[in-house]
Design a protein. Structure first.
Ligand code: BGC
Length: 326
């Protein structure tokens, strides 16, 4: 009996040791497999200000008596928020200075005007976190910005590309020179992540906790992307053909490279985001086929070919809501 239990014990030790070694091996392999992407190609921190696309909205009323806002300190002072510190309830959020989802710094003249476009359907609990969090984050950035939420109201398949085109059209009518296309479930974690356009398209969410802060592929532009309104027009926006989840951003990346534009990124610590939890949407099984078909189609399918009905544009204090039926 005692002999048997010794064998048993030895076997147990061996088994757990084997399991431990296997897990370590998997971790090491995974680390090396993704190492290149942790260290994705990005702009050097010292050079960031040379890449900024300095342009404010011509409609913005500025006072000569106010000095220009400064951005160097924001870009240099990395201050990270932990995802677990993000408030899930915002009872004490003060909307001071925000009108119709828009804010302008009080003490200085902003050099940037940015339209934040958020495509949306059935994610009320995420919107309730996103809106106050983003205002608290953006108000510290010395920029003029406005948040637009574009809601798909019908029961048809989700069409994010078309919703972005609708939001971009409105933001351009409102004369915004820079668009930031933003998923509602992503929250920036570092205060040095300045929410402005660069002279080239900028993929902002390169380092997301859900993906273990790894850039999952080099041409990824999904999540959060900043692009000037002129470039968006030049690319003819997004394809309107992607229905369901996925693909429209990869197609957009194709348009970017066809127009010889380059996707730029800030360093990883400045590009970190947390993703709010949600159920995975139904994937569009046709996305690869549509992408292939779209190869030579971008001039006919996009910003210039959108069909929809705006059921209403409503200005809330914290955002402008564009409700559409496709
Ligand atoms: C999809 C993209 C998505 C990416 C990351 C790809 O398979 O086509 O739309 O952004 O995965 O989730």
């Amino acid at each position: 009996m005692p002999k048997w239990s010794l064998v048993q014990r030895l076997l147990q030790v061996r088994l757990s040791t084997c399991l431990f070694i296997t897990l370590c091996l998997i971790a090491v392999i995974q680390f090396f497999a993704s190492y290149g992407y942790y260290k994705y190609e990005h702009l050097a921190q010292e050079s960031l200000r040379h890449h900024l696309y300095v342009q404010h909205n011509p409609k913005l009323i500025t006072k000569k008596s106010k000095p220009d806002c400064r951005y160097n300190d924001i870009l240099q002072n990395s201050k990270s928020v932990h995802s677990w510190d993000i408030p899930r309830k915002f009872n004490d959020f003060l909307p001071n200075g925000i009108i119709n989802g828009s804010y302008t710094p009080e003490d200085c003249t902003p050099l940037f005007s940015v339209a934040i476009l958020v495509t949306y359907r059935n994610r009320q609990s995420q919107l309730d976190i996103f809106i106050p969090y983003m205002h608290s984050f953006l108000k510290k950035q010395n920029i003029h910005y406005k948040i637009y939420v574009i809601e798909q109201q019908d029961e048809r398949l989700w069409n994010k590309g078309l919703l972005y085109n609708i939001g971009a059209k409105q933001a351009m009518l409102d004369k915004f020179p820079c668009l930031i296309l933003h998923d509602v479930d992503l929250l920036p974690l570092d205060e040095s992540n300045l929410y402005v356009c660069l002279k080239q398209p900028r993929h902002m969410s390169a380092s997301i906790d859900k993906f273990r802060f790894v850039l999952i592929y080099k041409s990824l532009v999904g999540g959060v992307l900043a692009i000037t309104s002129d470039q968006y027009k030049e690319l003819n926006g997004f394809s309107n053909r992607f229905q369901g989840w996925g693909g429209e951003d990869d197609d957009f990346a194709g348009r970017i490279s066809k127009h010889n534009l380059e996707i730029l990124r800030f360093p990883p610590h400045m590009s970190s985001y947390t993703m709010l939890l949600h159920k995975q949407e139904h994937k569009n099984d046709d996305r690869h086929r549509i992408m292939e078909e779209n190869e030579h189609n971008s001039q006919k399918d996009g910003l210039n070919s959108i069909r929809y009905r705006v059921s209403n544009i409503k200005t809330h204090r914290l955002f402008t809501m564009i409700k559409v039926r496709l």
